[in-house]
Design a binder for this molecule. Structure first.
Ligand code: TRP
Ligand code: SF4
Length: 550
């Protein structure tokens, strides 16, 4: 059975080289539409987003329209102390982030988790995700970060020695940036037994044919690569095993969206109970249910409290009501079902379907439901409970009787940074990106040599203003260098487009900020080294083998 997020494989555009930056004054969608340039490991192919591809997300608008990612902007007002990456539209999209935002706002449990493939040095693109994890931790979330070593070995063929080195380096940057390891959890996929166990359970509920359609896996795909996918599914759901069911956000680049959708789907598939609203003993779809609700409300209002609304009266009421919007297939089928139910009372209730899991879970559920209830074959109707209470109860019973009670995980998506050399930011082109390990002087130089959105001459720049929205240097300010100082980011932007700022000075300022940032970060990395021993992570793994590449 599937949830509301059945993974899809709609085509997406792949190439394209337009780009933009997180200009303050632009709405997120416009910014997103123009943006591309992937740092990274993410990408797309002709049929789907491919998390292991190497090209770019060419068209952010498609992510909204075809893949159903929602715009972050509309939620921004609900987020307590939004991070600057949120305020500046760098975090542009989400799936179902509402429950996480509201848990943070109400001091209720929430979790954040993301993972890093240790394929190279951590760079300023990873810093975005490190910061997102740390921010959520500071807002009270249970924080998790993991090293995706199994994935790096199986899908990228990295040796265990390389993986050990890179793993250490990621952890140092994460700690240096402020991850609280005493309060949060850091692990390697290969060393987390509970994650492996969960992966095994989830794998029992996933089929190869889905992997084929979601990821393009085929007969040539190595089996450990597939195992790395179920492992990632387990990563995503692991906080809810460790800390109990709770809203969980996965901050990632949009290339990871297929994983998020599959995880959301598996979360539903693992549930013992499915809960819906209902009005009578028969099954009704959502459209029919709306009509039953309307009929019930109208008829009940006209009766005394101790009188009963009957299905056949509701059928008559719907028949007579002449509302254009009702003239649908749902109206006809609702009337038929009501007529057939005849004298049966029409009465709102929540329905617990027992989808799978032990009989003991069903028995325990019957026991636990308070107030008036009716037990049927495979489902229970509860008459004195609202939907939210029913959801909570079902989770409790599930967890008590050997299930997981997962809440579907949420995600937030950040935009990829443009390369300093103009094209995409790529780990394989050193001048295009800045590693967190770059010598501060090299960082300074890279910024000084970066492409800009400036005009041909200073005179033209004064006259027309620069194109901050198309400038990798402005992007550096917005994504990183201005830090929490919105005033600085806005000043650079306004001065640039207003023609008051020239690229030479602007780059000098940015380059100096970069040098300072790198010096400071590397100093903190040194300090963080002594924390490594506190972590329950083996950075000298004794695994053998050379891994896979497909
Ligand atoms: N697949 C991710 C990448 O390519 C790494 C990863 C593994 C991950 N497990 C995760 C990301 C869980 C987010 C959540 O970088
Ligand atoms: Fe970019 Fe600065 Fe030049 Fe504007 S002035 S185009 S922000 S480098």
């Amino acid at each position: 059975m599937t949830g509301d997020d059945t993974p899809s494989t709609e085509p997406t555009d792949t190439d394209g080289s337009s780009r933009g930056s997180g200009g303050f004054s632009r709405d997120t969608e416009t910014a997103a539409r123009d943006a591309a340039g992937v740092l990274a490991d993410g990408g797309t192919d002709a049929t789907a987003i491919d998390p292991w591809g190497s090209s770019t997300i060419a068209d952010y608008r498609k992510l909204f329209e075809e893949f159903g990612i929602e715009q972050f902007e509309t939620l921004l007002g609900d987020v307590p102390n939004p991070h600057y990456l949120m305020r500046r539209g760098v975090i542009f999209g989400h799936r179902d982030y509402g429950p996480v935002a509201s848990a943070l706002a109400n001091d209720e449990p929430a979790a954040v988790l993301s993972g890093f493939m240790p394929t190279g040095d951590p760079h300023i693109g990873h810093k975005l995700v490190f910061d997102e994890i740390i921010w959520h931790q500071q807002q009270g979330a249970n924080a998790y970060a993991l090293i995706a070593d199994l994935e790096a070995h199986a899908a990228r063929g990295l040796s265990w020695d390389e993986i050990d080195d890179h793993a250490e380096s990621y952890l140092l940057s994460l700690l240096a940036l402020g991850f609280d390891h005493e309060d949060g959890t850091l692990y390697r996929q290969s060393q987390n037994r509970a994650v492996q166990n969960l992966a095994f359970e989830l794998g029992s509920n996933a089929r190869f044919s889905e992997f084929a359609s979601i990821y393009g896996f085929d007969g040539e795909t190595n089996v450990s690569h597939m195992q790395s996918v179920v492992t990632q599914m387990a990563d995503i759901l692991y906080p809810q095993v460790a800390d109990g069911p709770q809203p969980t956000v996965i901050p990632v680049g949009p290339d990871q969206d297929p994983h998020v959708r599959l995880a959301r789907d598996l979360a539903v598939r693992m549930r013992f109970f499915k809960i819906t609203e209902a009005y009578a003993s028969f099954e009704a779809n959502a459209a029919e249910r709306d009509l039953l609700a309307a009929a019930y409300d109208a008829l009940a209002a006209a009766l005394d409290a101790d009188e009963t609304v009957r299905c056949e009266d509701a059928a008559d009421w719907l028949e007579k009501r002449d509302v254009a919007a009702d003239r649908t297939a749902a109206r006809e089928s609702a009337i038929d079902k009501l007529a057939e139910a005849g004298m049966e009372p029409l009465r709102p209730r929540v329905r617990f379907f027992h989808r799978h899991g032990p009989d003991a879970a069903f028995e325990a559920m019957i026991e636990a439901i308070e107030g008036d209830k009716r037990v049927y074959e495979g489902h229970i109707d509860a008459f004195e409970m609202d939907l939210a209470d029913a959801e909570t109860l079902a989770r409790e019973i599930e967890v008590d009787t050997g299930g997981y009670g997962f809440i579907q995980p949420s995600s937030i998506y950040h935009r990829f940074m443009t390369g300093l050399t103009g094209g995409k930011m790529s780990s394989s082109i050193p001048a295009s990106h800045i590693s967190l390990l770059d010598d501060p002087e090299d960082g300074y130089e890279k910024v000084k040599s970066a492409t800009t959105g400036g005009r041909e001459t200073a005179a033209l720049q004064r006259e027309l203003g620069g194109e901050a929205d198309d400038c990798p240097v402005y992007e550096l300010y917005a994504y990183l260098l201005a830090n929490d100082d919105d005033g600085l980011a806005a000043e650079v932007y306004e001065e640039c487009v207003g023609g008051e700022r020239l690229c030479g000075g602007c780059k000098e300022q940015a380059a100096e900020l970069m040098r300072t940032f790198l010096e400071d970060h590397q100093e903190k990395r040194e300090e963080a080294k002594e924390l490594l021993d506190d972590l329950d992570i083996d950075l000298d793994s004794d695994r053998r083998g050379s891994g896979g590449t497909h």
